[in-house]
Design a protein around this ligand. Structure first.
Ligand SMILES: Nc1ncnc2c1ncn2[C@@H]1O[C@H](COP(=O)(O)OP(=O)(O)O)[C@@H](O)[C@H]1O
Ligand SMILES: [Mg+2]
Length: 293
């Protein structure tokens, strides 16, 4: 992008952010009620059966060791599901299977009631609307926060399309909205490299949000964050709940306590217990393998 175009883009976005701020003071929904900036997806997810994600009898072995062992689990649309469990329980491997990075040896993995995820490649699954946040932030440090978010819209497009890419009005609105959601509106034009660890994590979540995913998988999102950053991340996740479905793997129990409805405990590659945090914390088997006495 030429400096000239960048400046124009910056001015456009500043004007939109001001308009959005004004609007959010007028409406309870922060302007979201207008349905702005929705990215159109080729394929709708059928959630008429009340499930956005459905795993049944999933097993995967690495050199004869069952990392995932007859795992069955499902998630409702708009739900924020927390996953806990000891190291090596298979939490990351489960996300690898959902996102197409690892193929199970057997079992069923459905997105909604009609999309068989085992028939799709990793990039296709991202396109279908499943976003994944890995443990380490992977933002582009030499680019600004704004440019990182803009770049998130260009992924999966051809080189030519990327070179001539220009934000349309809906995308500009969405970018401004995401900047507010992830608490980075004040640093839109700072280089990502100067952000704190927590802010980099939020930026990466913002990059996922630019694609408007239906399901977000987040692996240990608050690891390494300060207490204050962890609190703001809890607020962020609670604000995403309902609009997106979320699966969050974490060890931080006070964070889980703030955000969770249903908690699933994984152990040895399958579900050991499920319920409210209080319920699973009182479960003898969970205390034995994970929480300790
Ligand atoms: N690609 C792989 N090759 C061999 N073993 C693996 C691989 N991925 C994971 N594992 C093993 O599978 C088990 C589950 O790992 P993981 O899913 O990373 O657990 P968690 O995220 O719950 O800590 C571990 O014993 C791990 O060593
Ligand atoms: Mg893991």
């Amino acid at each position: 992008m030429t400096p000239d175009l960048m400046e124009q883009g910056a001015r456009r976005i500043e004007a939109r952010m001001a308009a959005l701020a004004a609007q959010s003071q007028q409406t309870e929904s922060g302007g979201r009620s207008a349905g702005i900036g929705r990215v159109v997806k080729d394929r709708e997810v059928d959630i008429t059966h009340g499930r956005i994600l459905y795993l049944d009898g999933v097993t995967v072995s690495f050199d004869g060791f069952k990392a995932i062992n007859n795992l069955s689990l499902d998630i409702a649309p708009g739900e924020l599901r927390c996953i806990i469990g000891p190291n090596g329980a298979g939490k990351t491997t489960m996300m690898d299977i959902i996102t197409g990075k690892t193929r199970p040896d057997s079992g069923t993995v459905f997105f909604g009631s009609t999309i068989d995820l085992l028939r799709y490649t990793e990039p296709e699954i991202a396109q279908l609307g499943i976003g994944r946040k890995f443990q380490k932030p992977t933002v582009f440090e030499q680019l600004t926060v704004f440019e990182n978010l803009e770049l998130a819209l260009k992924t999966n497009k051809g080189v030519k399309a990327s070179v001539f890419f220009k934000l349309d009005s809906a995308q500009g609105d969405r970018l401004a909205e995401v900047l507010h959601t992830i608490h980075l509106a004040d640093c839109a034009f700072s280089l990502a490299g100067v952000l704190s660890h927590g802010q980099k994590q939020w930026l990466e979540i913002g990059m996922l949000l630019m694609q408007d995913p239906k399901l977000l998988l987040l692996d240990e999102p608050v690891a390494g964050m300060t207490d204050h950053e962890t609190e703001r991340t809890a607020e962020l996740f609670l604000s995403l709940k309902g609009k997106h479905s979320l699966m969050v793997v974490e060890h931080d129990m006070s964070f889980i306590n703030t955000i969770s409805d249903i908690v699933t405990v994984l152990c040895d590659g399958s579900v050991l217990a499920q319920g409210t945090l209080a319920e699973v914390q009182a479960d003898e088997r969970v205390i034995e393998v994970y929480l300790g006495r």
